[in-house]
Design a protein around this ligand. Structure first.
Ligand code: ADP
Ligand code: MG
Length: 300
């Protein structure tokens, strides 16, 4: 039955209910004749209404169920094509973003190839080329991690240990910017979270790096882990340059970056990972004062 086309399903359903009604009416007529030696008008009317109501109800039910199934299929189809559209657009913009550094490198290589170039300039040009190639590499790395942001295997992760690992990873950058990292875990139970450790690590590194990069003149990066009812919350608070509400709205948009060497893909990857974990990211910020990123993940 589910394999039939809509029209056939309707016909089959109507045919089945017609047979059921006919059998019921035939038996009832025999019974009536046996008991009352005939059929009264009121009983005939009852049989007619019975058949009509049954047939109509069957038709309406089939129609509504089929319409609902069709709508669901259409929605799934739309979601899929929307996803493909976004991936396609993103791939186009990644290609565009990578072309810029390549053009710069191409130009400088041509310059290096000419005889008139001064020896002293060569080192400077090479450094610019290196920086541009690094930028292209970061864009590719971030784009690939976005493509792979689906959640993999989940396991019980000790968040205290995980955060310590991340602090070790980002501490050279913190040292460079004169930033002190402070962690506080305030929970009555052990800080275990059932999640994908690699993804959550990637997300926390991106947000902590942004926090550190926002404090060019040093400051404090505070990481707080706590639980609120059934949610696991990780707050990452910096005392950096902060953002206006307009800037907060742009977060998570591909290639939105205010940094000279930024890729503008870091927060996008974070949003996609946390969405995959059924969680959310809340951002509060004050221009010139600092920013708080709250990652909220359902604990179970
Ligand atoms: P990138 O770091 O490569 O610029 P991101 O997606 O990580 O890209 O961040 C996008 C932009 O969001 C940054 O360029 C910056 O302007 C802003 N931003 C993110 N985090 C912070 C923060 N903690 N404080 C101030 N601005 C931030
Ligand atoms: Mg970043």
């Amino acid at each position: 039955f589910p394999g039939l086309i809509r029209k056939r399903k309707m016909v089959t359903g109507m045919f089945l209910i017609f047979i059921a009604c006919t059998i019921f009416i035939i038996f009832s007529i025999f019974n009536e004749i046996k008991i009352n030696n005939g059929i009264s008008d009121i009983i005939t009317q009852f049989f007619i209404s019975y058949a009509v109501i049954n047939l109509f109800t069957m038709w309406l039910s089939l129609y509504l169920i089929e319409a609902m199934i069709e709508r669901k299929k259409l929605k799934e189809e739309m979601n899929r094509s929307e996803k493909m559209r976004i991936i396609g657009e993103l791939a186009a913009s990644v290609a565009h973003e990578i072309r810029n550094p390549l053009t710069v490198v191409h130009g400088f290589m041509q310059l290096l190839g000419s005889d008139k170039i001064q020896e002293s300039k060569k080192e400077e040009y090479l450094q610019i080329m290196m920086a541009e190639l690094n930028r292209a590499q970061s864009i590719i790395t971030d784009y690939l991690s976005l493509a792979k942001s689906e959640i993999g295997t989940r396991e019980q992760v000790n968040m205290e240990q995980l955060i310590q690992q991340i602090v070790t990873i980002v501490s050279p950058l913190a040292l460079l910017n004169g930033v002190e990292i402070r962690c506080s875990i305030s929970m009555t139970e052990l800080p275990y979270l059932h999640t994908d450790p690699e993804k959550i690590k990637q997300c926390l590194i991106n947000i902590m790096k942004n926090g550190i990069e926002a404090m060019t003149n040093g400051g404090i990066l505070q990481v707080n882990v706590h639980k609120r009812s059934d949610d696991f919350i990780i707050d990452i608070i910096d005392t950096g340059i902060g953002m206006t509400s307009e800037e907060i709205k742009q977060l998570g948009m591909p290639f939105y970056s205010t940094k000279e060497k930024g890729t503008g893909l870091g927060t996008m990857v974070c949003y996609s990972i946390i969405r995959g974990l059924n969680g959310k990211i809340e951002v509060t910020s004050q221009k010139g004062k600092g920013t708080c990123f709250s990652i909220i993940i359902p604990a179970c």
